[in-house]
Design a protein around this ligand. Structure first.
Ligand SMILES: [Zn+2]
Ligand SMILES: [Zn+2]
Length: 353
């Protein structure tokens, strides 16, 4: 299987040029491509509407990200016939608390007094980054032991997990979305937990900024909810439904990665189909008991580096969803000693009566 369908890496925009869009009411949008990590691209969006000068997402803060933000803003200003600097920004709206979307804030905060907003559930990722990292790393350790990983391999993955966030300096944020009624002037937010706890999509008339909730070329990454509340496949699938109900009249969806989506409803259906097929295949594979590490390897193949963790999380999200719905059981319950030592759990499909 092509692992690009699992994890968000090696994604180059079709071109690295700034692209301009307009919504039906004449709001002007510039898509800024950011080389956020080596071989990893993300988008920020500059939106000019009424008196608002809004940046949606800030990229990673690493690699060429900040240079591309700076050059992108200059070039976008030129294309739009406006002389724009960071100081002119009125707001920075973060779609969700992943480093490739908020990491650039440490850089931006020095250059602009723009008001920074994020959803309540991701606020800590931006302001208490070290604390979040430490807590999730601790949960991850237990999770990886239950997934059947050798302690040595688990430690390596946890180290890699921590490394990607080391250089970020926390920033203060200015407002949260629920506290401000899920809107800012003409921008409306919908909370769509799953890919990330505080993930939102942002609607501006007939254009949707979908963050990483809905992407055009991959199904957005999923991790088990037990690592972080309000993530997990169950929330994600519900959020796809709520987005579908909210999507009437949307003609263009602009994601955090990959090309734009013109038929949002069709793309939602495709992603729903990917997950229901994957769930069915997992039930098939788990006719024989397997740990999450085994099923991840069987399904996604051999992975390296950070992708091992991403594949384990993706597999674990599907196993968790099935287990919580009573479709799997644990085949080696006698190996759990109840002394607090995590045993690798072997999941097995429960045959229909
Ligand atoms: Zn993300
Ligand atoms: Zn992302």
């Amino acid at each position: 299987m092509d692992y690009s369908t699992v994890v968000n890496v090696h994604q180059k925009p079709q071109n690295h040029q700034i692209q301009l869009f307009e919504n039906g009411a004449g709001a002007r949008i510039a898509q800024l491509p950011l080389n956020a990590f080596p071989d990893f691209w993300a988008y920020a969006y500059l939106v000019l509407v009424d008196d608002y000068r809004v940046l949606i997402d800030a990229g990673s803060g690493f690699h060429k990200n900040n240079q591309h933000l700076e050059e992108g803003l200059d070039a976008a200003g030129e294309l739009l016939g406006e002389n724009l600097s960071f100081a002119d920004l009125t707001h920075i709206l973060i779609t969700h608390g992943h480093i490739d979307h908020f990491g650039g804030l440490s850089f931006l905060r020095q250059k602009t007094a723009a008001s920074i907003g994020v959803h309540e559930l991701d606020q800590h990722n931006l302001t208490h980054t070290e604390e979040r990292l430490a807590i999730i790393a601790q949960r991850l350790e237990r999770y990886l032991a239950e997934a059947g990983l050798e302690p040595e391999s688990a430690q390596k993955l946890i180290q890699i997990y921590k490394l990607t966030r080391l250089d970020y300096r926390p920033v203060n944020i200015d407002f949260t979305y629920e506290a401000t009624g899920m809107r800012l002037g003409p921008f409306e937010m919908l909370h769509v937990p799953g890919h990330c706890a505080g993930q939102v999509v942002i609607r501006l008339g007939d254009v949707l900024f979908s963050g990483d909730h809905i992407l055009s070329e991959i199904s957005p990454h999923q991790a088990p909810e037990r690592l972080s509340l309000f993530t997990g496949l169950s929330h994600y699938l519900q959020s796809l439904e709520s987005t579908r109900r909210w999507s009437e009249g949307i003609h263009l969806s602009l994601g955090g990665h990959y090309p734009p989506i013109t038929n949002l409803k069709a793309r939602i259906r495709e992603i729903q189909e990917i997950h229901s097929q994957r769930l069915a295949e997992f039930l098939e594979i788990l006719q024989e008991p397997h740990t999450v590490a085994e099923i991840s390897k069987k399904y996604f193949g051999e992975m390296h580096g950070y992708n091992i963790l991403l594949a384990l999380e993706e597999a674990g999200a599907h196993v968790e969803h099935l287990y919580e719905r009573g479709q799997l059981e644990i085949a080696n319950i006698d190996e759990i000693d109840n002394n607090g030592n995590p045993a690798p759990l072997r999941y097995r499909t429960i045959d229909k009566w």
